[in-house]
Design a protein around this ligand. Structure first.
Ligand code: NAD
Length: 497
């Protein structure tokens, strides 16, 4: 059986803790690999490698850093199919979706290639006689990234390209459910010429995460995952004096106004709710139908959803793959019966779905719940599966109030032909990323990604300009080159002249 260790100091190393976790092929349900789960000592070794590398990488020239990133970009392009296949094998998402994830990660590498422009400081000349003031940004040191299972390539690439471009060194703790992709990303960084120790991967579980949060040499932590763990990582990290950005879970609403193009809205709802089997933090999981459009819209969604082909991710005919684990599939399926008991109308029931010849795969069919209310568990919880809840609202105001009452505030979208309503929504909705006739408004790499409320703990969104600020510290340098004619002692407080 394939065994996955760690990547420390520029090479793959076997785990020594004696603890291992299973990695499954979600389409067959069979165990495909085992991953070593790091001990405290192994995390310490990775941090020590990163700390040692920081001594020179932190002082390296911008040209040196960008030349590695440009080569890395070329390698990612050349290997994108292979990386997508690795994602599909352990995560289960279909190949085209996995390719899309690689492309969105690549976007951040491309932004990082432009770091000389992003790191330009500010200079004020002659603020006082012969005195100049410069504001510059310096790296923070060793940075840790802790990532979820649902984007094994993209989410790590939200973090490390900018972190290392800014001169930091990095320790990544990927999800133990699909760890192979991170290891391949590490190999390609080495091939691109990244010095040993600048990028390290420790595979593991809570033991590894806790050690990274407590380690005095880790100066900053980027986390992406579920809300309870994001909250925990944030509070434990800041308790240990680190800067932390911790992105959490979501319940993303799509508000459909009566004037919307209902065919376009139905297409968008099916794509955004069921893409990647709903295992996206930006998936639409609640659709709010305003006015009298709900019956027609639900019928259109149903018609489209029934045509989706579910199957293994490496079959080009498949549009939706399996869920990550059997336990997760069973948990998601549990919401369907629960919603029925609580009064929802189950329009499409995906429980019991299976793929012939792959009956042990983690399958769940597309599920559509209508007449869902905010009191139901299916509405209140982040389900993270192919389940779309339709809530009916009488007015725009009622819809917005519903969205703003949610504990989460990651993404949302409005579907309308009314520019005035869309603009009002843009300003009134309490959510970090807003789409106008765009169901999954994941910002491009030169903007920043982040939710509000329980979808993000910390002050900085991830990647883009906020990513650069997160991975650097400000320093202000006041310079005076005195004229020898001005020599002399002056104990007065320095003021401008
Ligand atoms: P998760 O919170 O279970 O795991 C995320 C990471 O935390 C993993 O590396 C895991 O090993 C670690 N972890 C898990 N339990 C821990 C514990 N008790 N103590 C310390 N570390 C622990 O999340 P997941 O199931 O891998 O991913 C799905 C979740 O991630 C969903 O809630 C989804 O919305 C969220 N997510 C959010 C975003 C975003 O940008 N906001 C993006 C992707 C995923």
């Amino acid at each position: 059986m394939k065994s996955i260790g760690h990547w420390i100091g520029g090479k793959a190393v076997e785990g020594t803790s004696g603890r291992r976790g299973p990695v499954f092929n979600p389409a067959t349900g069979a165990q495909a690999a085992q991953v070593d789960l790091a001990s405290v000592g192994e995390v310490d070794a990775a941090v020590a490698a990163a700390q040692a590398a920081y001594a020179s990488w932190g002082r390296s020239s911008l040209v040196k850093r960008t030349s590695v990133l440009f080569r890395y970009r070329e390698l990612l392009v050349a290997h994108r199919d292979e990386i997508a296949a690795l994602i599909t094998a352990e995560h289960g998402k279909v190949h085209s979706d996995a390719l899309g994830e690689v492309a969105r990660g690549l976007e951040i590498v491309e932004v990082a290639c432009g770091i000389p422009q992003l790191l330009k400081g500010e200079l004020s000349t002659e603020v006082s006689t012969r005195i100049d003031v410069a504001s510059i940004r310096r790296p923070v040191g060793v940075v840790a990234g802790i990532t979820p299972f649902n984007f094994p390539a993209m989410v790590p690439m939200w973090m490390f390209p900018l972190a290392i471009a800014c001169g930091n060194t990095f320790v990544l703790k990927p999800s133990e459910k699909d760890p192979s992709t991170a290891m391949r990303l590490a190999e390609l960084l080495a091939e691109a010429g990244l010095p040993d120790g600048v990028f390290n991967v420790v595979n593991g579980d809570k033991t590894a995460v806790d050690r990274l949060l407590d380690h005095p040499d880790v100066k900053a932590v980027s986390f992406v995952g579920s809300t309870p763990i994001a909250r925990y990582v944030h509070s434990r990290g800041i308790e240990h004096g680190k800067r932390v950005q911790a992105l959490g879970g979501a319940k993303n609403h799509m508000l459909v106004l009566p004037d919307a193009d209902l065919d376009a809205a139905a297409d968008a709802a099916v794509s955004a709710a069921f893409g990647s089997a709903g295992e996206r933090c930006m998936a639409i999981s609640a659709l709010v139908a305003v006015g009298g459009i709900a019956d027609e819209l639900v019928a259109k969604i149903r018609e489209r959803a029934e045509k989706i082909t579910i199957g293994p991710g490496d079959d080009p005919a498949s549009e939706m793959g399996p869920l990550i684990t059997r336990e997760h599939r069973d948990k998601v399926a549990g919401y369907v019966g629960g919603a029925r008991e609580q009064g929802a109308e189950v329009v499409l029931d995906g429980t019991g779905f299976t793929v012939k010849g792959m009956e042990d795969g983690h399958w769940l069919g597309l599920t559509l719940l209508d007449r869902v209310t905010p009191a139901m568990d299916a509405y209140r919880d982040e389900i993270f599966g192919p389940v779309l809840c339709v809530v009916r609202a009488d007015s725009y105001e009622e819809g917005v109030e519903l969205i703003n009452s949610s504990a989460w505030g990651n993404g949302t979208a409005i579907f309308t032909r009314d520019g005035g309503a869309a603009r009002r929504f843009e300003l009134e909705v309490e959510v970090g990323m807003v789409g106008v006739n765009v169901p999954i408004p994941v910002p491009v790499g030169f903007h920043s990604f982040g939710g509000w409320k329980d979808s993000l703990f910390g002050d900085h969104h991830i990647y883009g300009a906020e990513g650069v600020r997160f991975y650097t510290r400000g320093k202000v340098v006041t310079t005076r080159w005195p004229d020898p004619a001005d020599a002399g002692v002056n104990l007065g407080f320095p003021t401008s002249s």
